[in-house]
Design a protein around this ligand. Sequence first.
Ligand code: IPM
Ligand code: MG
Length: 363
Amino acid sequence: MNKHIVILPGDGIGPEVVAQGLKVLEAAGRRFGASFSTESALMGGAAIDACGDPLPEATVAACKKADAVLLGAVGGPKWDNAPRRPEAGLLGIRKELGLFANLRPATVHPELASLSALRPEAVERGVDILVVRELTGDVYFGEPFGEDVRGGVRHAYNNMIYNENEVRRIARVAFAAARTRGKKLCSVDKANVLVVSRLWRSVVEEAHKEFPDVALSHMYVDNCAMQLIINPAQFDVIVTGNIFGDILSDEAAAVAGSLGMLPSASLSGTAGDGGVGLYEPVHGSAPDIAGQDKANPMATILSVAMMLRLSFGMHDAALAVESAVRDTLRDGWRTGDIAGAGGRAVGCERMGQLITDRLLQSR
Ligand code: IPM
Ligand code: MG
């Protein structure tokens, strides 16, 4: 099997973590009999610097032809006042590739439980949450949006809007994911206030009929924010809209402890449906430590595992990468961000190498 992967290293620590992700991907290919050809393309601040556009057309064209895309991170203070910000590149590629389903697993690795923002009792029962966030609708893309002056007063508005088809397809992805895990889905909305949420809720209930083996519950977003702190162990899969999912997935990350450990996948369908998947660490570009070999590459490496599983159906390879990460943690190796949990501190490159060696050793 040969797969073509477009790499979008992006800004800040993006290029460093992506380099380690690729090293692991190549090793996984060697061990499991697949080869990967790669091509690098510009996005984000790097693209603004090179050609004034955070998402050049050539990048979109390359991604559309790829079997999968691996992204580092975009953004940084350097472009805070740019006419088009690096983040526009990220939103643009999600829309261009139709990546409506964003999967963000948040798990507490036992070795790192002390890094969770929560008390030990709260994480003791295990935290293994998958946030399924709708990624191409909602206030992020809703029209009309704009600014104007009414009666001498400046106004600005975005538009929260979903149609039933958008809700149904994300609900199906979430139900299907729940089916492979704890068979519990919690749909998060604000149906006590928002008419959009009332449509959301009724469509999720309709979709539930196709997945009667999954237990469905509903929760208001404010309550969910609280429940994630009080009792995160109650959650299996959470499905929600774009803006609520943006916020709750960061909260779930804090519950899990280190942002440097969390992978994500953005898909245009249920796993295996075809389409180009985009894989990226949940963390940002961390400009303060960029270029210093201090970043944690594990989120990117775990994103590579998601790519192997969801885009290429290489389940054994995905499991092997995940165990290599776990074994490396168990052996006590740590990057700076997770050094608080004890162990031996190493840089980004070395961490990538340790995981690669583990992966190749454990044949
Ligand atoms: C995320 C980020 C992005 C988002 C930003 C960088 C545009 O916060 O992926 O969660 O809001 O979706
Ligand atoms: Mg976010």
